[in-house]
Design a protein around this ligand. Sequence first.
Ligand code: MF3
Ligand code: CO
Ligand code: CO
Length: 271
Amino acid sequence: MLRFRSSTIEIKTPAEIEAMRVVGRMAAETLELVDGILRPGITTEDINTFVHEDTIRRGAVPAPLNYKGFPKSVCTSVNNVVCHGIPGPLKLKDGDIINVDITHKYKGFHGDTSATFYIGEPSPDAIRVTEVARRSLELGIAQVKPGGRIGDIGAAIQEYAEAQGCSVVRDFVGHGIGRVFHCEPQVSHVGQYGRGPRMKPGMIFTIEPMINLGSYECEILDDDWTAVTRDGSLSAQFEHTILVTETGHEVLTARTKPLLLSERFPNFPQI
Ligand code: MF3
Ligand code: CO
Ligand code: CO
């Protein structure tokens, strides 16, 4: 029943919203700093070390570490990896794309954000999947306003990404977030307008579309975490933590400057 479904979604108090602003900004700052260390030759373990230390330096805790047994402090998902890539000895090379997904926990509250970065010179395929994922997140966020439905978000993303010849991953969804890392609502990145729980001021959730160049089907590797595209095609993702406000929305993980390796890469074709 709809009344039951929306009532399970927490409405944050003004004090909780302020705490979510603080941790959201912190996670965004760490992600901005990651942009500065990415280059061919570094390993995903190096990224983990950097994120871990920068998080601790801020007095925050990297929420992924030991979350349901996840062994590292950040997810690093390269090329055909859809999400939940585990940092390790893999060296980044020219032409790779990598999603870095950061979640800080500070004073009990979580801020969750990710971006896909280009390493060196990107291929046309890498540009296409990454720019479609970036725009998908923007279009999803644009649907967030009081009175709208959670299904509006996935509908807008699916409509756009499929029109661009890409596919939208079904196996992983955005999520409510606060004191709990993952809670209601589930925010599917595919869907229908006018369906799902009604958005209300004070709700906070992530939108984090994973866009594949080929089919949307995923497989989990033997490490029980790494999700890859079944067909080996490239996958890209962007994520923000979003507050529903009285008039629309506020991006709690907004960046203050453009990412050098991604939003500022020269000569992007306009998609
Ligand atoms: N940050 C991921 C998300 O967007 C979750 C990572 S859980 C982990 O929801 F255990 F893999 F870190
Ligand atoms: Co998330
Ligand atoms: Co995340």
